[in-house]
Design a protein around this ligand. Structure first.
Ligand SMILES: Nc1ncnc2c1ncn2[C@@H]1O[C@H](COP(=O)(O)OP(=O)(O)O)[C@@H](O)[C@H]1O
Ligand SMILES: [Mg+2]
Length: 271
């Protein structure tokens, strides 16, 4: 299954992705985690220690080039976007760039755009690299899980088109839910087969009710609810991975329930 998370900054995408990845990998299966956020911090959440984290080489954004035919014409996919190909093999990419996380998890980090492009605000190369990797690295492991940057860019540019499942992480307050419903509409436009809301940082029954009512009104199914978890904040303060710090707290167990649901689902067969 190719899974990606989206949602407002701070909603808990990295916490959910990192913990979910660890739980899915507990059975020993191979999982590839992709950090597509220009400010990457998935490594720590996955449980890679600080020293090892600082040594991870990010993948240069020019890893993907446009795929051309013999005449040099850029090939297009059915949806009109350009076909991409990797400039190195999948094995080389894993050898050179992937960091080993606990269990059978490999992490790759997509680099920020090259120096000099700062200020131009252009993230095209970075988005293209994320899209290309999600599309190309399908046969690496059982699951490919991508932590995307906050905002709608990945959806607007169709970067997320090639995922099977999108998890929209939302907090129980109005602006977060409004953001979730905008993402929801874009995900529908991109025809992503499985789209769910993850209700995060839910403090009490009133929070739960607010999120349920909003999601029901907008026809958005909720995959699961993660409580506001003091232990996650404590792990953050200690710069530890939440699952290593509190493997059986209510927050981790809530993500465990979601992982179980995901494992029981089948990735849709591509059209
Ligand atoms: N369920 C939760 N309960 C309490 N704190 C949480 C929860 N989920 C995430 N957090 C905290 O919220 C902050 C932002 O989370 P993070 O996963 O980095 O969000 P994002 O990747 O969406 O920016 C972090 O300090 C994290 O520890
Ligand atoms: Mg994040």
């Amino acid at each position: 299954m190719r899974i990606a998370t989206v949602g407002k900054g701070g909603s808990g995408k990295t916490t959910v992705v990192g913990t979910l990845t660890r739980i899915l990998a507990e059975s020993g299966i191979k999982v590839l985690a992709i950090d597509g956020d220009p400010n990457p911090n998935l490594a720590l959440t996955l449980g890679i220690d600080r020293d090892a984290t600082s040594r991870i080489r990010s993948i240069p954004t020019n890893i993907m080039t446009l795929k051309k035919d013999a005449e040099g014409n850029v090939l297009k996919l059915a949806d009109g976007t350009s076909r991409l190909e990797m400039t190195i093999s999948q094995d080389t990419l894993i050898d050179q760039f992937a960091a080993q996380a606990p269990e059978n998890i490999k992490l790759v980090i997509i680099g920020a755009p090259p120096e000099g492009s700062a200020g131009s605000g252009c993230m095209c190369a970075s988005h293209r690299a994320v899209r290309g990797l999600i599309t190309e690295m399908t046969d690496y492991g059982e699951h490919t899980i991508t932590d995307m940057e906050a905002g709608l860019e990945h959806l607007k540019r169709g970067t997320a088109r090639n995922v099977d499942m999108m998890l929209i992480v939302a907090e129980p307050y109005y602006r977060s839910l409004e953001a979730a419903s905008r993402v929801w509409s874009l995900a529908a436009e991109l025809k992503i087969p499985l789209v769910y809301v993850v209700a995060n940082k839910v403090r009490n029954a009133a929070d739960q009710q607010a999120i349920e009512e909003y999601c029901e009104k907008h026809g958005m199914p909720i995959l699961g609810t993660v409580p506001n978890e003091e232990q996650f904040m404590e792990a953050e303060r200690k710069a530890l991975s939440p699952i290593d710090y509190a493997p059986n707290c209510a927050g981790t167990n809530a993500i465990r329930d979601m992982a179980k649901k995901i494992t029981e689902m089948k990735a849709p067969i591509p059209a």
